[in-house]
Design a protein around this ligand. Structure first.
Ligand SMILES: [Fe+2]
Ligand SMILES: [Fe+2]
Length: 360
């Protein structure tokens, strides 16, 4: 019969054995086992809220002080207080606030981190993606997938501000970062205006003469009007998710899957007074409040939010959402690393045993 064996070494023998390992680039797994193979994840990232009233004046100040000649991208990074020293908003995701002033252009470049833009303030302005000029209006979602050329421009009289979302921390962790500047400041427009919206924007009808490799959505522009209309149509009758109320995923029209292989985007509606149940999952998410006011409780921490605020929910942290208004819906945009965890068979979800957190 086999059974665990007893250690026979003296303390001195053990000490000298361990001391000999490090200089030889070796280590004893059994001495770090408990902190390596933990029972469940505990993110170093913490729940955090960035209020719009703190963000906007600082974005404007950045625009006053720094030109786009000196800043390839004028982005205020949303840095997680638990991840000091890292360029990260959650463990795998980065978010920032980008501002482009009237008459300004942000130079064309491309990189392997994929990016999305959720427009907060704009009278027009655009992002050009692979020769396709995509107009950007408040609430629009614009994609610049992995290794696509993109530049931004503001040809209006008002500042443009949007939320950037990137998988930058993940790509850095995988050591798969590549970056390239376009030979000119601005890439030529080679497609009819907003061409991907023309081809794929109906959502259910896709061009039969074109194929897509499915790696990322062929649609670069998800206008706000359609997202909001879909939510409002469902809100009166649909049951929705117990954890997220009326929640819709922005989908790749060619596959029905997530918009990009590393990030999923969602928009959700909390009906007046609605309080969702608490759950947690291994994916992390960054939320932007499009309209309304409410509270999210994340790992027991209450975060009161209002229109245009940004907050993050680390992986495996219990969270629930409350719409504080008794008359108006609350609309949230969010992006997450769900596709990464799902494709690696690491996506887990758990309901709170009491349905709600004690603080909720
Ligand atoms: Fe970029
Ligand atoms: Fe969730």
């Amino acid at each position: 019969m086999v059974q665990p064996s007893k250690s026979t070494a003296t303390q001195d023998e053990l000490q000298s054995f361990y001391q000999d390992l490090a200089p030889n680039s070796l280590g004893a797994l059994w001495t770090v086992q408990e902190r390596t193979l933990v029972n469940e994840p505990k993110s170093k990232a913490v729940a955090h809220l960035w209020p719009w009233r703190e963000l906007r004046p600082r974005a404007m100040k950045a625009a006053e002080l720094v030109g786009t000649q000196d800043a390839e991208r004028r982005v205020l990074m949303l840095l997680n207080p638990g991840l000091e020293g890292r360029v990260a908003t959650t463990n795998s995701l980065f978010s920032g606030l980008q501002i482009v002033m009237p008459g300004e252009a942000a130079r064309a470049h491309r990189h392997t981190p994929a990016a999305l833009r959720f427009v907060i303030e704009s009278q027009g302005g655009y992002t050009t993606v692979e020769g396709d000029k995509v107009p950007m209006r408040p609430g629009d979602l614009v994609l610049t997938p992995n290794w696509t050329w993109h530049d931004h421009g503001n040809d209006t009289d008002e500042p443009m501000i949007w939320l950037d979302g990137l998988d930058l921390p993940l790509v850095n962790m995988l050591e798969a970062m590549f970056y390239e500047s376009y030979p000119e400041d601005v890439q030529p427009i080679t497609q009819p205006l907003d061409s991907t919206l023309g081809r794929y924007g109906s959502g259910v009808l896709t061009p039969a003469w074109q194929t897509s490799d499915g790696a990322h959505s062929p649609l670069m522009h998800y206008p706000w009007g359609k997202s909001k209309e879909a939510l409002l149509r469902l809100a009166p009758d649909a049951e929705g998710s117990p954890y997220d109320a009326i929640i819709l995923e922005y989908s790749n029209p060619a596959t029905g899957g997530s918009v990009m292989p590393t990030m999923a985007c969602h928009v959700q509606l909390l009906r007046p007074g609605e309080h969702t149940m608490a759950h947690r999952h291994t994916s992390s998410a960054i939320y932007h409040v499009v309209e309304g006011e409410g509270t999210s409780v994340v790992d027991g921490q209450r975060m009161d939010w209002e229109s245009k605020d940004v907050f993050c929910v680390p992986g495996w942290a219990y969270h629930e959402h409350i719409n504080r208004s008794s008359s108006e819906p609350a609309l949230l945009f969010s992006f997450s690393d769900i596709p990464v965890l799902r494709s690696l068979n690491l996506l887990r979800e758990q309901s709170h045993p009491q349905d709600y957190q004690p603080e909720g």
